[in-house]
Design a protein around this ligand. Structure first.
Ligand SMILES: [Zn+2]
Length: 474
Protein backbone atom coordinates (compact mmCIF):
# COMPACT_ATOMS: atom_id res chain seq x y z
CA UNK A 1 0.00 0.00 0.00
CA UNK A 2 1.54 3.29 -0.94
CA UNK A 3 0.63 6.52 0.71
CA UNK A 4 -0.23 8.13 -2.64
CA UNK A 5 -2.62 5.39 -3.70
CA UNK A 6 -4.19 5.31 -0.25
CA UNK A 7 -4.89 9.03 -0.44
CA UNK A 8 -5.97 9.06 -4.09
CA UNK A 9 -8.54 6.29 -3.60
CA UNK A 10 -9.83 7.96 -0.44
CA UNK A 11 -10.27 11.26 -2.25
CA UNK A 12 -12.12 9.65 -5.16
CA UNK A 13 -14.43 7.88 -2.70
CA UNK A 14 -15.05 11.09 -0.71
CA UNK A 15 -15.90 13.00 -3.91
CA UNK A 16 -18.34 10.28 -5.00
CA UNK A 17 -20.02 10.38 -1.60
CA UNK A 18 -20.42 14.15 -1.70
CA UNK A 19 -21.78 13.96 -5.22
CA UNK A 20 -24.72 11.91 -3.97
CA UNK A 21 -25.33 13.73 -0.67
CA UNK A 22 -28.36 15.49 -2.10
CA UNK A 23 -30.47 17.92 -0.08
CA UNK A 24 -27.77 18.06 2.62
CA UNK A 25 -29.29 20.65 4.93
CA UNK A 26 -33.06 20.41 4.68
CA UNK A 27 -35.79 18.25 3.17
CA UNK A 28 -36.70 18.83 -0.47
CA UNK A 29 -40.34 17.96 0.14
CA UNK A 30 -42.76 17.90 3.05
CA UNK A 31 -43.01 14.12 3.21
CA UNK A 32 -39.76 12.86 1.73
CA UNK A 33 -36.38 14.37 2.50
CA UNK A 34 -34.69 13.54 -0.77
CA UNK A 35 -37.20 12.33 -3.39
CA UNK A 36 -34.55 12.04 -6.12
CA UNK A 37 -32.84 9.39 -3.96
CA UNK A 38 -35.68 7.87 -1.98
CA UNK A 39 -38.16 7.55 -4.87
CA UNK A 40 -35.58 6.73 -7.56
CA UNK A 41 -36.34 3.88 -9.96
CA UNK A 42 -34.76 0.52 -9.21
CA UNK A 43 -32.38 1.12 -12.16
CA UNK A 44 -31.29 4.47 -10.74
CA UNK A 45 -30.76 2.95 -7.29
CA UNK A 46 -28.62 0.21 -8.85
CA UNK A 47 -26.59 2.80 -10.79
CA UNK A 48 -25.89 4.85 -7.65
CA UNK A 49 -24.88 1.73 -5.73
CA UNK A 50 -22.58 0.59 -8.54
CA UNK A 51 -20.89 3.98 -8.80
CA UNK A 52 -20.29 4.10 -5.03
CA UNK A 53 -19.10 0.48 -5.06
CA UNK A 54 -16.51 1.30 -7.75
CA UNK A 55 -15.19 4.03 -5.44
CA UNK A 56 -15.30 2.18 -2.13
CA UNK A 57 -13.63 -1.07 -3.26
CA UNK A 58 -10.26 0.52 -4.26
CA UNK A 59 -10.46 2.71 -1.13
CA UNK A 60 -10.77 -0.41 1.03
CA UNK A 61 -8.08 -2.26 -0.90
CA UNK A 62 -5.57 0.55 -0.45
CA UNK A 63 -6.48 1.52 3.13
CA UNK A 64 -7.57 -1.57 5.06
CA UNK A 65 -4.98 -4.32 5.74
CA UNK A 66 -7.82 -6.73 6.57
CA UNK A 67 -9.55 -6.22 3.24
CA UNK A 68 -6.27 -6.13 1.29
CA UNK A 69 -5.31 -9.54 2.72
CA UNK A 70 -8.74 -10.93 1.88
CA UNK A 71 -8.47 -9.74 -1.76
CA UNK A 72 -5.05 -11.39 -2.03
CA UNK A 73 -6.29 -14.61 -0.45
CA UNK A 74 -9.15 -14.75 -2.94
CA UNK A 75 -6.88 -13.89 -5.88
CA UNK A 76 -9.00 -10.84 -6.66
CA UNK A 77 -8.38 -7.14 -7.31
CA UNK A 78 -10.67 -4.09 -7.14
CA UNK A 79 -11.03 -4.33 -10.95
CA UNK A 80 -13.22 -7.40 -10.34
CA UNK A 81 -15.93 -5.14 -8.92
CA UNK A 82 -17.43 -2.86 -11.54
CA UNK A 83 -21.10 -3.17 -10.55
CA UNK A 84 -23.39 -4.54 -7.87
CA UNK A 85 -23.81 -7.74 -9.90
CA UNK A 86 -20.17 -8.54 -9.04
CA UNK A 87 -20.79 -8.46 -5.29
CA UNK A 88 -21.67 -12.15 -5.20
CA UNK A 89 -18.00 -12.92 -5.87
CA UNK A 90 -17.14 -11.64 -2.41
CA UNK A 91 -17.67 -14.22 0.34
CA UNK A 92 -19.65 -12.83 3.27
CA UNK A 93 -17.51 -11.34 6.08
CA UNK A 94 -18.57 -12.36 9.56
CA UNK A 95 -17.92 -11.12 13.06
CA UNK A 96 -15.52 -13.92 13.94
CA UNK A 97 -13.11 -12.80 11.17
CA UNK A 98 -13.14 -9.28 12.57
CA UNK A 99 -12.58 -10.57 16.09
CA UNK A 100 -9.56 -12.60 14.95
CA UNK A 101 -8.27 -9.52 13.14
CA UNK A 102 -8.46 -7.27 16.20
CA UNK A 103 -6.92 -9.97 18.39
CA UNK A 104 -3.98 -10.24 15.96
CA UNK A 105 -3.48 -6.50 15.59
CA UNK A 106 -4.73 -4.75 18.74
CA UNK A 107 -6.19 -2.38 19.62
CA UNK A 108 -7.74 -1.21 16.31
CA UNK A 109 -7.53 -4.20 13.97
CA UNK A 110 -7.11 -3.81 10.21
CA UNK A 111 -10.79 -3.84 9.22
CA UNK A 112 -11.14 -0.07 9.40
CA UNK A 113 -9.45 2.50 7.21
CA UNK A 114 -8.82 5.09 9.91
CA UNK A 115 -5.16 5.48 10.78
CA UNK A 116 -3.65 7.26 13.81
CA UNK A 117 -2.91 10.16 11.46
CA UNK A 118 -6.54 10.49 10.34
CA UNK A 119 -7.79 10.08 13.90
CA UNK A 120 -5.56 12.93 15.02
CA UNK A 121 -6.57 15.14 12.08
CA UNK A 122 -10.32 14.64 11.89
CA UNK A 123 -11.24 12.04 14.52
CA UNK A 124 -14.66 12.55 16.08
CA UNK A 125 -15.78 9.76 18.39
CA UNK A 126 -14.95 6.18 19.30
CA UNK A 127 -17.64 3.52 19.15
CA UNK A 128 -17.16 -0.05 20.20
CA UNK A 129 -18.79 -3.43 20.39
CA UNK A 130 -19.18 -4.51 24.00
CA UNK A 131 -16.49 -7.19 23.94
CA UNK A 132 -18.63 -9.48 26.09
CA UNK A 133 -17.66 -12.40 23.85
CA UNK A 134 -14.03 -11.55 23.08
CA UNK A 135 -11.90 -8.50 22.42
CA UNK A 136 -13.97 -5.35 21.89
CA UNK A 137 -14.05 -4.21 18.27
CA UNK A 138 -13.48 -0.45 18.18
CA UNK A 139 -14.39 1.96 15.37
CA UNK A 140 -12.86 5.44 15.21
CA UNK A 141 -15.43 7.68 13.58
CA UNK A 142 -14.35 10.85 11.84
CA UNK A 143 -16.11 14.14 11.20
CA UNK A 144 -16.74 12.91 7.63
CA UNK A 145 -18.74 10.10 9.25
CA UNK A 146 -20.54 12.51 11.57
CA UNK A 147 -21.71 14.67 8.66
CA UNK A 148 -22.87 11.71 6.56
CA UNK A 149 -24.55 10.14 9.58
CA UNK A 150 -26.45 13.25 10.60
CA UNK A 151 -27.81 13.62 7.06
CA UNK A 152 -28.78 9.95 6.62
CA UNK A 153 -30.44 9.65 10.03
CA UNK A 154 -32.26 12.96 9.56
CA UNK A 155 -33.76 11.49 6.38
CA UNK A 156 -34.88 8.45 8.37
CA UNK A 157 -36.36 10.53 11.18
CA UNK A 158 -38.11 12.82 8.69
CA UNK A 159 -39.70 9.65 7.25
CA UNK A 160 -40.89 8.81 10.79
CA UNK A 161 -42.72 12.13 10.97
CA UNK A 162 -40.31 14.15 13.13
CA UNK A 163 -41.25 17.79 12.47
CA UNK A 164 -40.96 21.27 13.99
CA UNK A 165 -42.77 21.47 17.31
CA UNK A 166 -41.46 18.10 18.48
CA UNK A 167 -38.89 17.59 21.20
CA UNK A 168 -37.02 14.38 21.94
CA UNK A 169 -35.96 12.82 25.22
CA UNK A 170 -33.04 10.44 24.68
CA UNK A 171 -32.95 7.86 27.46
CA UNK A 172 -29.49 6.44 27.03
CA UNK A 173 -26.36 6.02 29.11
CA UNK A 174 -24.45 7.85 26.34
CA UNK A 175 -21.83 5.11 26.15
CA UNK A 176 -19.89 4.27 22.96
CA UNK A 177 -23.00 2.79 21.31
CA UNK A 178 -24.30 3.98 17.98
CA UNK A 179 -28.08 4.17 18.47
CA UNK A 180 -28.50 7.18 20.76
CA UNK A 181 -25.61 9.18 19.26
CA UNK A 182 -26.98 8.61 15.78
CA UNK A 183 -30.30 10.09 16.86
CA UNK A 184 -28.55 12.92 18.69
CA UNK A 185 -26.54 14.15 15.67
CA UNK A 186 -29.57 13.91 13.38
CA UNK A 187 -31.75 15.99 15.72
CA UNK A 188 -29.30 18.84 15.09
CA UNK A 189 -29.78 18.51 11.32
CA UNK A 190 -33.55 18.42 11.82
CA UNK A 191 -33.17 21.49 14.02
CA UNK A 192 -35.20 19.85 16.80
CA UNK A 193 -34.60 20.30 20.53
CA UNK A 194 -33.44 17.45 22.70
CA UNK A 195 -33.30 16.54 26.39
CA UNK A 196 -30.28 14.32 27.10
CA UNK A 197 -31.38 11.66 29.57
CA UNK A 198 -28.12 10.05 30.69
CA UNK A 199 -27.33 9.38 34.36
CA UNK A 200 -30.94 9.25 35.58
CA UNK A 201 -32.98 6.43 37.05
CA UNK A 202 -36.46 5.62 35.77
CA UNK A 203 -38.24 7.78 38.37
CA UNK A 204 -36.14 10.80 37.43
CA UNK A 205 -36.88 10.17 33.76
CA UNK A 206 -40.60 9.83 34.49
CA UNK A 207 -40.44 13.21 36.18
CA UNK A 208 -38.64 14.75 33.20
CA UNK A 209 -41.49 13.55 30.96
CA UNK A 210 -44.17 14.92 33.30
CA UNK A 211 -42.42 18.24 33.84
CA UNK A 212 -40.80 19.08 30.46
CA UNK A 213 -43.30 17.31 28.17
CA UNK A 214 -41.17 15.82 25.36
CA UNK A 215 -43.18 14.41 22.45
CA UNK A 216 -40.66 11.76 21.35
CA UNK A 217 -38.93 9.15 23.51
CA UNK A 218 -35.76 7.43 22.30
CA UNK A 219 -34.95 4.14 24.06
CA UNK A 220 -34.92 0.35 23.81
CA UNK A 221 -38.34 -1.33 23.71
CA UNK A 222 -37.62 -3.03 27.06
CA UNK A 223 -37.03 0.35 28.61
CA UNK A 224 -40.25 1.81 27.18
CA UNK A 225 -42.14 -0.99 28.92
CA UNK A 226 -40.21 -0.60 32.15
CA UNK A 227 -40.65 3.16 32.29
CA UNK A 228 -44.39 2.88 31.63
CA UNK A 229 -44.71 0.57 34.66
CA UNK A 230 -42.60 2.85 36.84
CA UNK A 231 -44.82 5.75 35.87
CA UNK A 232 -47.94 3.79 36.76
CA UNK A 233 -46.39 2.83 40.10
CA UNK A 234 -46.05 6.50 41.06
CA UNK A 235 -49.63 7.20 40.08
CA UNK A 236 -49.41 8.52 36.51
CA UNK A 237 -50.78 7.12 33.28
CA UNK A 238 -48.14 7.11 30.50
CA UNK A 239 -50.98 7.23 27.95
CA UNK A 240 -51.90 10.68 29.31
CA UNK A 241 -48.42 12.22 28.86
CA UNK A 242 -47.15 14.45 26.03
CA UNK A 243 -45.39 11.49 24.37
CA UNK A 244 -46.84 10.43 21.02
CA UNK A 245 -43.87 8.71 19.31
CA UNK A 246 -41.34 6.23 20.68
CA UNK A 247 -38.21 5.64 18.62
CA UNK A 248 -36.76 2.28 19.53
CA UNK A 249 -33.52 0.49 18.67
CA UNK A 250 -31.30 -2.30 19.89
CA UNK A 251 -33.93 -5.04 20.21
CA UNK A 252 -36.30 -6.70 17.74
CA UNK A 253 -39.69 -5.53 19.09
CA UNK A 254 -41.13 -3.87 15.99
CA UNK A 255 -41.94 -7.16 14.29
CA UNK A 256 -43.37 -8.80 17.42
CA UNK A 257 -46.98 -7.66 17.11
CA UNK A 258 -47.99 -8.34 20.71
CA UNK A 259 -44.98 -6.47 22.14
CA UNK A 260 -45.41 -3.53 19.78
CA UNK A 261 -49.09 -3.22 20.60
CA UNK A 262 -48.40 -3.50 24.32
CA UNK A 263 -45.92 -0.59 24.25
CA UNK A 264 -48.14 1.48 21.92
CA UNK A 265 -51.15 0.85 24.16
CA UNK A 266 -49.37 1.72 27.40
CA UNK A 267 -48.09 5.02 26.02
CA UNK A 268 -50.87 5.76 23.55
CA UNK A 269 -47.97 6.42 21.18
CA UNK A 270 -46.68 5.22 17.84
CA UNK A 271 -43.65 2.96 17.78
CA UNK A 272 -40.98 3.59 15.10
CA UNK A 273 -37.56 2.01 14.84
CA UNK A 274 -33.97 2.30 13.74
CA UNK A 275 -32.30 -0.96 12.80
CA UNK A 276 -28.58 -1.44 12.41
CA UNK A 277 -25.33 -2.32 14.12
CA UNK A 278 -21.97 -0.77 14.97
CA UNK A 279 -20.10 -2.49 12.15
CA UNK A 280 -22.12 -0.91 9.34
CA UNK A 281 -22.57 2.47 10.96
CA UNK A 282 -22.26 5.41 10.98
CA UNK A 283 -25.67 5.23 9.52
CA UNK A 284 -29.19 4.13 10.22
CA UNK A 285 -29.60 0.78 8.55
CA UNK A 286 -33.36 0.44 8.66
CA UNK A 287 -36.04 3.00 9.54
CA UNK A 288 -39.82 3.17 9.81
CA UNK A 289 -41.95 5.32 7.53
CA UNK A 290 -45.43 6.72 8.11
CA UNK A 291 -47.26 4.25 5.87
CA UNK A 292 -49.15 2.46 8.59
CA UNK A 293 -49.89 -1.15 7.76
CA UNK A 294 -53.48 -1.79 6.76
CA UNK A 295 -55.46 -4.00 9.08
CA UNK A 296 -54.03 -7.50 9.04
CA UNK A 297 -50.79 -6.50 7.26
CA UNK A 298 -47.45 -6.70 8.99
CA UNK A 299 -45.19 -3.71 9.61
CA UNK A 300 -42.25 -3.09 7.31
CA UNK A 301 -38.96 -1.28 7.82
CA UNK A 302 -37.11 0.51 5.00
CA UNK A 303 -33.40 0.32 4.31
CA UNK A 304 -31.59 3.32 2.74
CA UNK A 305 -30.28 1.88 -0.47
CA UNK A 306 -28.32 4.82 -1.85
CA UNK A 307 -26.04 4.49 1.17
CA UNK A 308 -25.93 0.77 1.86
CA UNK A 309 -26.61 -2.39 -0.14
CA UNK A 310 -28.77 -4.82 1.81
CA UNK A 311 -29.39 -8.42 0.87
CA UNK A 312 -30.14 -11.72 2.59
CA UNK A 313 -28.14 -14.92 2.38
CA UNK A 314 -29.03 -18.52 3.03
CA UNK A 315 -28.30 -19.23 6.73
CA UNK A 316 -26.46 -22.49 5.97
CA UNK A 317 -24.72 -21.96 2.63
CA UNK A 318 -24.46 -18.15 2.82
CA UNK A 319 -25.42 -18.03 -0.83
CA UNK A 320 -27.03 -14.83 -2.04
CA UNK A 321 -30.85 -14.82 -2.08
CA UNK A 322 -33.46 -12.97 -4.11
CA UNK A 323 -35.88 -10.43 -2.63
CA UNK A 324 -38.77 -12.32 -1.06
CA UNK A 325 -36.59 -15.10 0.30
CA UNK A 326 -36.14 -15.24 4.05
CA UNK A 327 -32.52 -15.28 5.16
CA UNK A 328 -29.84 -13.52 7.20
CA UNK A 329 -29.12 -9.85 6.61
CA UNK A 330 -25.87 -8.82 4.92
CA UNK A 331 -24.80 -5.21 4.41
CA UNK A 332 -22.33 -3.50 2.12
CA UNK A 333 -21.65 -0.11 3.69
CA UNK A 334 -20.81 2.51 1.05
CA UNK A 335 -20.75 5.71 3.09
CA UNK A 336 -18.52 5.02 6.06
CA UNK A 337 -14.98 6.29 6.49
CA UNK A 338 -14.43 4.38 9.73
CA UNK A 339 -16.08 1.15 8.70
CA UNK A 340 -16.76 0.64 5.00
CA UNK A 341 -17.69 -3.03 4.76
CA UNK A 342 -18.20 -5.39 1.87
CA UNK A 343 -20.95 -7.92 2.54
CA UNK A 344 -20.79 -7.92 6.33
CA UNK A 345 -23.05 -10.52 7.91
CA UNK A 346 -25.26 -8.50 10.27
CA UNK A 347 -27.15 -11.74 10.80
CA UNK A 348 -30.80 -10.92 11.56
CA UNK A 349 -33.55 -12.87 9.85
CA UNK A 350 -35.43 -10.76 7.31
CA UNK A 351 -37.42 -10.92 4.07
CA UNK A 352 -36.94 -7.95 1.74
CA UNK A 353 -39.37 -6.63 -0.82
CA UNK A 354 -38.55 -4.10 -3.54
CA UNK A 355 -42.16 -3.14 -4.15
CA UNK A 356 -42.85 0.56 -3.87
CA UNK A 357 -44.14 1.42 -0.39
CA UNK A 358 -47.43 3.24 0.20
CA UNK A 359 -45.30 6.19 1.45
CA UNK A 360 -43.91 6.59 -2.11
CA UNK A 361 -40.38 5.35 -1.40
CA UNK A 362 -38.86 2.77 -3.71
CA UNK A 363 -36.12 1.60 -1.33
CA UNK A 364 -36.45 -1.99 -0.15
CA UNK A 365 -38.32 -2.91 3.03
CA UNK A 366 -37.98 -5.77 5.48
CA UNK A 367 -41.48 -7.23 5.72
CA UNK A 368 -42.30 -7.79 9.39
CA UNK A 369 -39.08 -5.94 10.30
CA UNK A 370 -36.00 -7.82 11.52
CA UNK A 371 -36.27 -10.88 13.74
CA UNK A 372 -33.26 -11.23 15.99
CA UNK A 373 -29.61 -12.06 15.47
CA UNK A 374 -28.64 -15.53 14.34
CA UNK A 375 -26.23 -15.54 17.33
CA UNK A 376 -29.32 -15.57 19.57
CA UNK A 377 -30.60 -18.80 18.06
CA UNK A 378 -31.61 -21.31 20.73
CA UNK A 379 -30.75 -24.88 19.92
CA UNK A 380 -32.71 -27.27 22.11
CA UNK A 381 -32.10 -30.92 21.32
CA UNK A 382 -31.53 -30.00 17.69
CA UNK A 383 -34.67 -27.89 17.38
CA UNK A 384 -33.78 -24.32 16.55
CA UNK A 385 -35.82 -21.30 17.52
CA UNK A 386 -35.45 -17.61 18.26
CA UNK A 387 -36.27 -15.89 21.55
CA UNK A 388 -38.64 -13.69 19.51
CA UNK A 389 -40.77 -16.77 18.72
CA UNK A 390 -41.02 -17.56 22.43
CA UNK A 391 -41.87 -13.92 23.12
CA UNK A 392 -44.74 -14.07 20.62
CA UNK A 393 -46.04 -17.19 22.35
CA UNK A 394 -45.83 -15.72 25.86
CA UNK A 395 -47.45 -12.42 24.85
CA UNK A 396 -50.27 -14.24 23.07
CA UNK A 397 -51.74 -15.17 26.45
CA UNK A 398 -54.03 -12.44 27.85
CA UNK A 399 -53.07 -10.90 31.18
CA UNK A 400 -49.44 -11.97 31.07
CA UNK A 401 -46.93 -9.67 32.84
CA UNK A 402 -44.19 -7.70 31.04
CA UNK A 403 -41.28 -9.83 32.23
CA UNK A 404 -40.46 -13.41 31.37
CA UNK A 405 -37.39 -15.64 31.25
CA UNK A 406 -36.33 -18.56 29.12
CA UNK A 407 -34.26 -20.94 31.24
CA UNK A 408 -32.28 -23.69 29.54
CA UNK A 409 -31.08 -26.56 31.77
CA UNK A 410 -29.51 -29.97 31.38
CA UNK A 411 -31.11 -32.63 33.59
CA UNK A 412 -29.28 -35.48 35.32
CA UNK A 413 -29.92 -37.76 32.36
CA UNK A 414 -28.13 -35.22 30.13
CA UNK A 415 -31.33 -34.08 28.43
CA UNK A 416 -31.69 -30.36 27.64
CA UNK A 417 -34.91 -28.76 28.83
CA UNK A 418 -36.53 -25.36 28.51
CA UNK A 419 -38.58 -23.70 31.21
CA UNK A 420 -40.43 -20.47 30.60
CA UNK A 421 -40.84 -18.40 33.75
CA UNK A 422 -43.48 -15.71 33.52
CA UNK A 423 -45.97 -13.67 35.55
CA UNK A 424 -49.75 -13.68 35.70
CA UNK A 425 -52.34 -12.49 38.26
CA UNK A 426 -54.00 -15.88 37.99
CA UNK A 427 -50.74 -17.71 38.68
CA UNK A 428 -52.26 -20.52 40.76
CA UNK A 429 -54.54 -21.54 37.89
CA UNK A 430 -52.88 -24.25 35.81
CA UNK A 431 -54.62 -23.18 32.60
CA UNK A 432 -52.26 -20.19 32.17
CA UNK A 433 -49.22 -22.48 32.05
CA UNK A 434 -51.05 -24.81 29.70
CA UNK A 435 -51.97 -21.96 27.34
CA UNK A 436 -48.36 -20.76 27.13
CA UNK A 437 -47.12 -24.28 26.58
CA UNK A 438 -49.67 -24.70 23.76
CA UNK A 439 -48.66 -21.38 22.15
CA UNK A 440 -44.97 -22.39 22.20
CA UNK A 441 -45.80 -25.77 20.75
CA UNK A 442 -47.78 -24.13 17.99
CA UNK A 443 -44.87 -21.89 16.97
CA UNK A 444 -41.79 -23.96 17.73
CA UNK A 445 -43.05 -27.53 17.74
CA UNK A 446 -41.49 -28.19 21.10
CA UNK A 447 -42.80 -29.07 24.53
CA UNK A 448 -41.67 -26.76 27.34
CA UNK A 449 -42.23 -26.45 31.07
CA UNK A 450 -43.90 -23.26 32.25
CA UNK A 451 -43.67 -21.69 35.71
CA UNK A 452 -46.19 -18.96 36.42
CA UNK A 453 -45.37 -16.52 39.22
CA UNK A 454 -47.46 -13.69 40.70
CA UNK A 455 -47.22 -10.35 38.88
CA UNK A 456 -44.18 -8.12 39.62
CA UNK A 457 -42.01 -10.86 41.06
CA UNK A 458 -39.43 -11.28 38.29
CA UNK A 459 -36.49 -8.84 38.16
CA UNK A 460 -37.34 -5.72 36.16
CA UNK A 461 -35.64 -5.15 32.84
CA UNK A 462 -34.16 -1.72 32.35
CA UNK A 463 -32.19 -1.39 29.13
CA UNK A 464 -31.59 -4.39 26.90
CA UNK A 465 -33.58 -7.37 28.12
CA UNK A 466 -31.65 -10.56 28.86
CA UNK A 467 -34.42 -13.08 28.40
CA UNK A 468 -32.41 -16.25 27.95
CA UNK A 469 -30.60 -17.92 30.87
CA UNK A 470 -28.58 -20.80 29.53
CA UNK A 471 -27.52 -23.00 32.45
CA UNK A 472 -26.50 -25.95 30.30
CA UNK A 473 -22.93 -27.01 30.82
CA UNK A 474 -22.63 -25.26 34.18
ZN1 LIG B 1 -42.55 3.52 3.31
Amino acid sequence: MTQERAEATRNTWLATLENFRRDPARPASADIWSPSLECASRDEIGAIQSEKLRAVVPFLYENSPFYRARFERLGQTPADYSSIEDLEKWPVVDKSEMMADVTNSPPWGGYTTVTDEIWSQRGWMLFSSSGSTGAPRPFRYTHVDRVQWAWANARGMHAMGFRKGESAFIMSGYGPHVFAWGVQVALETLDLPCIPGGGMDARARANVILRFKPTILVCTPSYALHLARVMQSIGYDPAETSVHTILIGGEPAMGIDATRKRIEGLWNARLVEFYGCTEVSPHVGGYSCLAAPKSGETVSTHVMEDIQIWETVDPDTRASQKPGERGLTVCTSLNSESSPQLRFLVGDYATFTQERCACGRTHARAIGSFAGRSDDLINLRGIKMYPTQIEEAVRAVPGIGDEYEIVLMRDTAGLDTMTIVCEHADHANGTVAQKISDEVRLRCEIRVDVTVNPLDTLPKTEFKAKRVRDMRGR
